[in-house]
Design a protein around this ligand. Sequence first.
Ligand code: ADP
Ligand code: MG
Length: 413
Amino acid sequence: MDASPPPGPARPLPARQAASPVALPTPLERIDLNGGPLPAYRAEIASGALATDPAQAAAAERLQSLWAALRAYEPRTGNGSGRGLLARLRRRLADESAPGGPNGLYLVGEVGRGKSMLMDLFFASAQVARKRRIHFHAFMQESHGRIFAMRQEMARLGRQLDDPIPPLADVVAAEAALLCFDEFQVNDIADALILGRLFQALFDRGVVVVATSNTPPDALFAGQPGRDAFLPFIEVLKANLDVLDLGHGRDFRRARVLAGGVWFAPADARARAALDRAFADLAGSVAPQPMTLAVMGRALAVPLAAAEVARFDFRTLCATAMGPGDYLALATHFQALVLDAIPLLSPDSHDEARRFITLIDALYDHRVKLIASAAAQPDALYPHGEGSVAFRRAASRLEEMRSHEYLALPHLS
Ligand SMILES: Nc1ncnc2c1ncn2[C@@H]1O[C@H](COP(=O)(O)OP(=O)(O)O)[C@@H](O)[C@H]1O
Ligand SMILES: [Mg+2]
């Protein structure tokens, strides 16, 4: 019988066990991982590949302790062989006497703090036979798909599946005693409803979980309908994972991207490739998608956005009926804007020039980082025409917006 695709969000499911996007400056093959994540992290600092960061160093120490604990850890499998009552009973008794696994870790912090980088060092060095690293969203999609397939199989046998969680947890626990989740977050009520029992069942089976997230456990699924039913999950999570806060320190990803330049002229294929790369880097593991922002009761269409970065081309942003409200909404919502193909503006294009000035003012006021391709340097874009004096001020702001000082400022939202 063919299994039709499971219901739920129609986003593509990344291939299982696909190579993880390793967020390290040095390829993992070239790092000595035998001693665990901490020596590896220190070696990367010593070689200059990584900059020092006290919060990261503290996190690396905690990851090292877990690494050591896992070397000696023999997880119960929870679904050993034998389906008979006696086999089950024997297993249950064994399970009850087996010690639980060590607490896992929940790495929380703003984007670019090195959460994925540290988890990758830990995961790659972990001496655990069955281990798996997966994007949390992909894991949840896979789980819903598995529940769907189990229900279908039971229906085919003319039976009903009362509770899909225990068999699902058996499968997941049999695959991995160590589960590393990148980008842990909960936006979906369907996820929220099964997470508590699924994770409890995984912990009961001795699975150790390490996760990265932008959201502290207590703020997961905040303000969403059905939150009350979700609260027990937060307790389960906090009881089994220690929270490590990487805080609001330096955004290494942004620093690396911005160090590669933010003004590319002329707007040729090379500039386009540089903008593609910068946008992809700033988006990180989030897939860019079109979205809308609510602006005074209207919907402002953003052609592509991911995390805190948006991408527009000049014509869409400055040659259409956009106004200060739109630019303000963009500047407060996004930390960075990638802007393609700013042309030379003739005196006839004074409306575009005026909108561009308004846009730059909004970006500047909110310390938004602009990465642009343009026909020329800022001060040569609109030399003559109505408002060209005001444009000169915008050009000088654009120069300032390229400075190290400006690029290091935090976004004002
Ligand atoms: N201490 C550091 N020094 C230099 N680069 C770093 C450091 N920590 C992280 N990075 C780099 O910054 C980028 C963002 O790190 P990442 O782990 O993806 O952050 P997060 O998962 O917290 O968003 C990666 O390219 C990573 O290699
Ligand atoms: Mg990450």
